[in-house]
Ligand binder design. Structure first.
Ligand code: ATP
Length: 944
């Protein structure tokens, strides 16, 4: 049965729609907007359209992390994904709704958000407003999900969630994380500030130390300047000669202090520049350089960290700003929530009241409901729709919960990121701390070095200063003690000055008297000298006279014998034994054992084989000295080949003979007389070989020379073309001998391997002039090494050698003849029979002194020759030449005059020969430049 249709007046009974609305109004709606989901998994609303969430741009935005990853560094990937969440409660027009906004931290993200917000606002405003009564308009232009006429509308980047209870803890955690980050940032900033302050303090300390050092140097400078002033003051006070030493000392000290100060300044500069320029030579320099490198690296890292920190600061700042914004929104939302709660509670109360009133009207209502159930299919349909809608809303709520879960996951990742960032910050902090510690250590070590150096420099400066002060005190003391002396000296000086003014007059007077005295003394000395000179000359004449008398007494021809030692050339056997003996009591006797019979000879002197060269020379040196006095002297060595003639005359290099010793003696004698006499010594050397006279010192030794008689009639002989060398030293003589020796002819014979086959003559001419009187003298010394006197048969000579021997014997025979003629006082002495006697005519004439050295071979086999030689020597010894006369003249003479003829000044006297009239004596021809002593011609008979 179908019940009849009945109508009840419901009065204030709300409609079903109103009831539904009342039921829905008790549930707050959560609206959520997110700018860009991180990925498909995190994308909460992949769908769009009614009932879906859409982005403000009308489509799904790419993951914000993708955009961020391009600009963020790989080291901080989590940072790029960092999001700030802001929870907004809807405005007063929509008290049931909670808006949750997830924003990207990036600026770009913010921008897109704001753009998206604008975009979201406009469709919301333009869209038709299918709202029912009591529904409030959404504020803020966020993405909206609205229930309008059973449909759900979503727009923009916000989506509604089913209520704040799920979102509030997330927001709180985020807020807490942000606040922690903020605190950490603040702590870091504080630490940075503290660090900067500490650095500033250290810099200021260092600056202060540097300033202090500067002050010390300035003080030192001032002290030095004051000392310099003190020194200059003292110097000006001192002034005196004795005090100049102190002044110099102070100057030196001052200079040293200046140098020390300069050194201190340099050290200071070095200390200042030490961080920039590492010290060289320091033992810690390498370590310091390493530390410095490390410090610079750390500084770089610190700078980098600072940069990162500033970036973090910036990010934190941005986050803080956003957090503040979220907080503001959260507060607004909380306020709205409180209002909404209040409103809801009020409405709940109203509803409760309504329900209570309805319950009070229970039967009619049940009836009405029953009626509605039975009668109103429409209402049923509406109910089912409402249930469907309710189902849909529940789905939405589940979805929103899912979104919330994702958000929580994001928040967790943000937490992780925060942890990572904290760890990174901690690491940076530790690095910073370590770098800071190292920097502090290095700065401390540098500070210590600097302080040490400063202390050392200061100590040194103090020691120097102390020394300077002590010196200064000493100088002051000296000054105090010296000042009275200075005063006395000044007084003395003034007195002396006055005396000095009068000194020239005194000096002139004294000079005058001294000059007179000196003149007188000089005159006395001169007269004494003249007297002494006169006496000296007289004594000299006396000595010469005595000497000549001695020579005369000894005989003008003296003969000495020298027996050579037995040599290995003599061979061995009985023939080589010595046949010569000597008288131990009389050195003038020689005994020869000839054919078993002893034969004795008496000569002037006999030298045994033991006699040295010097012994022999001592015997002849008186003759050489007389040559200086102007006498002609002839010394010749006679004897058989190999008897030692050359040894006696020339000798060896180590043990020179008569020739070299004679010239040395002449040099020394001439040097002794050099104060009164000027002497010139010239040397000629000639050789007579096969009766040919040759010049041994000439350029062409083979050229034959002739002996000429001076056409002046003086009877003097000369050899035109004979070379004459002036010698001044022993070296000159040696050169002459060497030169002459090479030109001398020597050949091999049976008797002497190097037997001299010629007569060698060394002619030494000594010319002297008395400086005071002008007296001139010329003496000639003939030193003759005769050729060997062996007999032809014994020598075994043939051919040219035989001819040589014949010439030698002929000349020696001529020498014997001359001596015999002189002995027998014949009117004619055959000087011209040989070149030898002719050349020696001057020296064999009556005014000359002749010494013959007979060389004797001691061996048995040579006894015949020895006998012959000794007999010849005895004969010569018996000849007495005229008394020796001196060749002296007054006036000047030329260098060649002893042999040269001077026709202009002489009258030729052909008769004037060696045998000229006895007693003719010394003549002085008028016009002649020299006064030559002519041979006396008087020969005494030789004792046979
Ligand atoms: N007094 C002496 N002491 C040592 N050795 C001597 C002495 N006299 C000569 N002799 C030596 O005897 C040798 C011959 O001497 P020397 O040549 O002087 O003889 P000589 O008479 O000049 O011969 P000649 O006529 O052939 O030139 C040389 O070896 C020389 O050294």
């Amino acid at each position: 049965m179908v019940p009849s249709r009945r109508t009840w007046n419901l009065g204030a009974t709300p409609s079903l729609r109103g009831l539904w609305r009342v039921g829905r109004a008790g549930e707050p709606e959560l609206r959520m907007a997110r700018p860009a989901p991180a990925g498909p998994a995190a994308r909460p609303f992949p769908h769009t359209g009614p009932g879906r969430l859409r982005t403000g741009r009308g489509k799904d935005t790419p993951a914000g992390g993708d955009e961020d990853s391009g600009t963020r560094s790989a080291a901080r990937p989590a940072l790029a994904q960092c999001r700030a969440l802001s929870v907004d409660w809807a405005g007063p027009g929509s008290p049931h709704k909670l808006y949750l906004t997830v924003q990207a931290l990036q600026d770009k993200g913010c921008k897109s958000k704001s753009q998206g917000t604008k975009e979201e606002k406009s469709p919301k405003r333009q869209a038709p407003a299918p709202r029912r009564d009591g529904e409030a308009q959404e504020a803020g232009g966020a993405m909206n999900v609205e229930k309008t006429g059973g449909r759900l509308f979503g727009s923009g980047r916000r989506s509604s969630l089913s209520g704040p209870p799920g979102a509030a803890p997330v927001v709180h955690r985020m807020v807490e994380a942000m606040s922690q980050l903020q605190e950490e940032k603040a702590q870091l900033q504080e630490e940075l500030v503290a660090l900067r302050e500490r650095l500033a303090v250290r810099d200021s300390d260092r600056q202060a130390t540097s300033t202090q050092l500067q002050h010390q140097v300035e003080n030192l400078k001032e002290k030095l300047i004051s000392q310099a002033q003190e020194v200059s003051r003292l110097r000006s006070e001192l002034g005196g000669t004795d005090l100049e030493k102190h002044r110099d000392l102070l100057m030196v000290e001052n200079e040293r202090l200046r140098q020390e100060m300069r050194r201190c300044e340099a050290e200071l500069q070095e200390l200042r520049a030490k961080p920039a320029a590492p010290c060289t030579g320091c033992e810690h320099s390498q370590e310091s350089a390493q530390l410095r490198d490390k410090l610079s690296q750390l500084q770089l890292e610190v700078a980098e960290n600072k940069g990162m920190l500033s970036e973090l600061n910036l990010e934190v700042q941005q986050k803080t700003d956003r957090l503040a914004e979220v907080e503001l929104r959260l507060k607004d939302c909380l306020a709205e929530k409180a209002q909404e709660e209040e409103r809801l509670s009020r409405r709940l109360r109203d509803s409760h009241e309504t329900i209570a009133s309805l319950r009070a009207q229970s039967p009619p209502v049940k009836y009405v409901i029953k009626t509605v159930e039975v009668e109103s299919s429409k209402t049923k349909q509406a109910l089912s729709e409402s249930q469907a809608r309710n189902q849909h809303l529940q789905e939405q709520v589940a979805m929103q919960r899912q979104v919330l879960k994702e958000m929580e996951q994001q928040l967790q990742s943000s937490h992780q990121l925060t942890v990572q960032l904290r760890a990174q910050i901690a690491m940076y902090e530790s690095e910073l701390e370590r770098a800071h510690g190292q920097m502090l250590e290095e700065m401390q070590s540098l500070e210590e070095d600097k302080n040490r150096a400063i202390e050392e420099a200061f100590a040194r400066a103090q020691v120097e200063m102390k020394a300077v002060h002590e010196n200064l005190a000493g100088v002051r003391t000296n000054l105090l003690t010296l000042q009275p002396a200075l005063r006395t000296l000044t007084n003395d000086y003034n007195g002396l000055k006055r005396q000095v003014r009068g000194f020239p007059l005194l000096l002139q007077e004294a000079l005058r008297s001294v000059k007179a005295e000196i003149g007188q003394a000089i005159e006395e000395v001169n007269s004494n000298n003249q007297e002494l000179l006169r006496k000296y000359r007289r004594e000299l004449q006396l000595r010469k006279k005595c000497h000549n008398e001695l020579v005369r007494l000894k005989g003008n021809i003296r003969v000495i014998a020298r027996v050579r030692p037995v040599t290995k050339e003599d061979g061995e056997g009985p023939e080589s034994t010595s046949a010569v003996t000597f008288d131990p009591d009389d050195d003038s006797i020689i005994h020869l054992l000839h054919k078993g019979k002893p034969v004795s000879f008496e000569l002037d002197k006999v030298f045994s084989p033991r006699a040295s060269q010097q012994d022999v020379f001592q015997e002849v040196q008186a003759l050489i000295t007389s040559c200086i006095d102007g006498f002609n002297v002839c010394i010749f060595a006679y004897g058989q080949t190999g008897a030692g003639k050359t040894y006696t005359m020339e000798g060896t290099t180590e043990n020179p003979g008569i020739n070299q010793r004679a010239l040395q003696l002449l040099f020394s004698e001439v040097q002794e007389k050099a104060s009164d006499w000027e002497y010139t010594i010239t040397v000629s050397a000639a050789e007579i070989y096969n009766e040919v006279l040759r010049d041994l010192l000439g350029q062409e030794p083979q050229e034959k020379l002739e002996i000429r008689l001076c056409p002046d009639g003086s009877g003097q002989l000369y050899v035109p073309g004979l070379t004459e060398f002036q010698v001044q030293s022993v070296e000159d003589i040696n050169k002459v001998f060497e030169f002459g020796h090479t030109n001398r002819t020597t050949e091999f014979t049976n008797l002497n391997e190097h037997s001299s086959r010629s007569h060698a003559l060394l002619i030494v001419t000594v010319r002297g002039v008395d400086c005071s009187t002008g007296l001139r003298t010329t003496g000639k010394l003939n030193l003759v090494d005769l050729a060997g006197s062996e007999r032809v048969g014994k020598s075994g000579a043939e051919g040219s050698r035989l001819r040589e021997a014949q010439h030698i014997n002929k000349s020696l025979s001529a020498l014997g003849d001359v001596i015999a003629a002189l002995r027998s006082r014949q009117g004619h002495v055959p000087f011209r029979n040989s070149k030898l006697t002719y050349l020696l005519q001057d020296s064999l004439s009556g005014d000359s002194k002749t010494l013959m050295v007979v060389q004797v071979s001691p061996v048995e086999k040579n006894t015949s020759e020895t006998l012959y030689s000794l007999k010849f020597a005895e004969r010569v010894r018996s000849v007495e030449l005229g008394p020796g006369s001196r060749r002296a003249e007054l006036g000047s003479w030329s260098s060649q005059e002893h042999l040269e003829w001077e026709p202009a000044c002489q009258t030729p006297q052909p008769s004037a020969r060696a045998h000229s009239a006895p007693g003719s004596g010394t003549t002085s021809r008028p016009g002649s430049i020299r006064r030559k002593l002519q041979p006396s011609g008087k020969t005494r008979p030789l004792p046979v």
